[in-house]
Design a binder for this molecule. Structure first.
Ligand code: GLY
Ligand code: MN
Length: 456
């Protein structure tokens, strides 16, 4: 948690931005897995945490701009809570830690908001958010506030110095977690044994994971959560994993490395294509550039590389315009990152990654690009190009005339069991360009092979 002033200033900025009305910010409740008292690990709503700091369940914040007051609503602990969960400070002293001087019991919310001239709230993404909003407002159909969404996105998109330090801490831990796994993995292990080393590292350092680990020899499945395969000589292992610090800031990195001491010839060729695409995309980052244009630049670079390998052919620009490269790269180049690994996605991708003038495309490939808009100094984002060879997609597009023009299917058919490669780093947009966050993590062919050779 930051100093109380941080939260006071953040709330002040939001109030000024909205100008009037009542802002209702819902904290999260505990969520039950399979019966009421068996909970998933608690996850606080990130916007509530951004403005109110507290990482505890059942809290609600109100910024009443018209009455010029900020109130934290919540329960006082019962003796049962104390017995099962341990004693906490009173609601008033929790509020004081984040610069709030007025507290009220949750039951008073409905009365308090009844007199508001305009009520601003964010899109509910959990069923209980909707139920609470319906109960408190007495309405069944509820319209989230676009001005509030826009103000929160504008504020949370620009990371402050103390946030950048915290994100960098998360990325440092993330890089160390990856290095550990790169040294730990051995032929004959199951993917879940390798993933457990990442989890052990995260928990042994007092941190959390920022999303469920992707640890797979089947890297072509973009979000593969199956971990039952055995690591074999000749396989590559793709690890996409990130650490979240106790303050709630995320890291998100991916490395792909050989199970043996070296990549095979084919793996080496395609790894180099992804690496050069990753470097070209990172080099293009600067304030003012559309991230969509960085994505398209990456698609062209990837296509050039695939042409050299002999998997694609024809004019690069035309191939990318026709979407032929999506045979290999089906997703977007990256996303915003901060308190959430896909920062603020619950507020709507259109508002976080796009603008009214630049709407998200519905085309295959571009529809999965979560960030398209012009970059600004203070943004934190990922760059994560990849090559994914998906046999089902090859078969689906085999008779597509446009694809036939640009894809060498004869050669591609010999790569059906190749798998996938992704390389991902986290970057801060600076005044003049960008900076990779965190300690350097081995990335080139030589570096990755060296770490494997030393380990084996
Ligand atoms: N690292 C997971 C993702 O970006 O979707
Ligand atoms: Mn990512």
């Amino acid at each position: 948690m930051f100093d109380a002033n941080t939260y006071t200033q953040r709330r002040q900025q939001l109030k000024q931005q909205l100008g009037g009305g009542l802002i209702l910010l819902l904290g999260n409740e505990e969520a039950s897995m399979n019966y009421k008292d068996n909970w998933y690990p608690f996850y606080q709503d990130s916007t509530f945490r951004y403005y109110f700091g507290l990482d505890l369940a059942d809290l609600t914040g109100i910024l009443d701009i018209d009455r010029d007051e900020v109130i934290l609503f919540g329960p006082e602990q019962s003796m049962d809570d104390v017995i099962w969960m341990g004693a906490l400070p009173s609601l008033a002293s929790l509020a004081e830690q984040v610069g709030v001087s007025k507290v009220l019991p949750t039951e008073k919310i409905a009365n308090y908001i009844a007199s508001a001239k305009s009520l601003h709230f964010l899109p509910p993404y959990r069923p209980e958010h909707l139920l609470k909003l319906q109960a408190w407002t007495g309405k069944t159909v509820l319209e989230p506030s676009l001005p509030l969404i826009q103000a929160v996105v504008a504020q949370r998109s620009i990371k402050s110095e103390e946030e950048i330090q915290e994100i960098e801490r998360a990325v440092n831990y993330t890089a160390r977690m990856h290095r550990n796994v790169m040294q730990f993995a051995r032929e004959g292990m199951k993917e879940h044994e390798v993933a457990s080393e990442a989890l052990r590292y995260a928990e042994s350092t007092g941190n959390l994971l920022s999303f469920p680990i992707i640890c797979t020899t089947q890297g072509q499945i973009l979000h593969n959560h199956y971990r039952g395969n055995t690591l074999r000589q000749g396989d590559m292992l793709l690890l996409d994993a990130g650490i979240q610090t106790p303050a709630g800031y995320a890291g998100d990195m991916t490395r792909t490395f050989p199970v043996g001491p070296t990549f095979t010839g084919r793996q080496r060729e395609l790894y180099q294509v992804v690496l050069e695409t990753h470097e070209a995309a990172m080099a293009a980052l600067k304030p003012g550039i559309l991230y969509k244009d960085v994505h398209l630049l990456a698609c062209r670079k990837l296509t050039d590389g695939l042409k050299q390998v002999g998997l694609m052919r024809g004019d690069t620009e035309e191939a990318v315009q026709a979407g032929a490269h999506t045979m290999f790269f089906q997703c977007g180049l990256g996303h915003m990152m901060g308190m959430d690994v896909h920062d603020m996605e619950n507020l709507g991708e259109q508002y976080v990654g796009y603008t009214p003038e630049l709407r998200k495309s519905t085309e295959f490939g571009l529809k999965s690009l979560r960030l398209g808009r012009a970059l600004e100094s203070g943004f934190v984002l990922t760059v994560e190009p990849g090559i994914y060879i998906i046999p089902e997609l090859i078969d689906m597009r085999r008779n597509d005339k446009v694809t036939q023009q640009f894809i060498n299917f004869e050669k591609l058919d010999t790569y059906r069991d190749f798998g996938g490669i992704r390389i991902e780093d986290d970057l801060l947009i600076t005044e003049n360009g960008s900076r990779i966050l965190g300690e350097p993590l081995d990335r080139t062919l030589a570096e990755v092979e060296a770490i494997r050779q030393q380990a084996l």
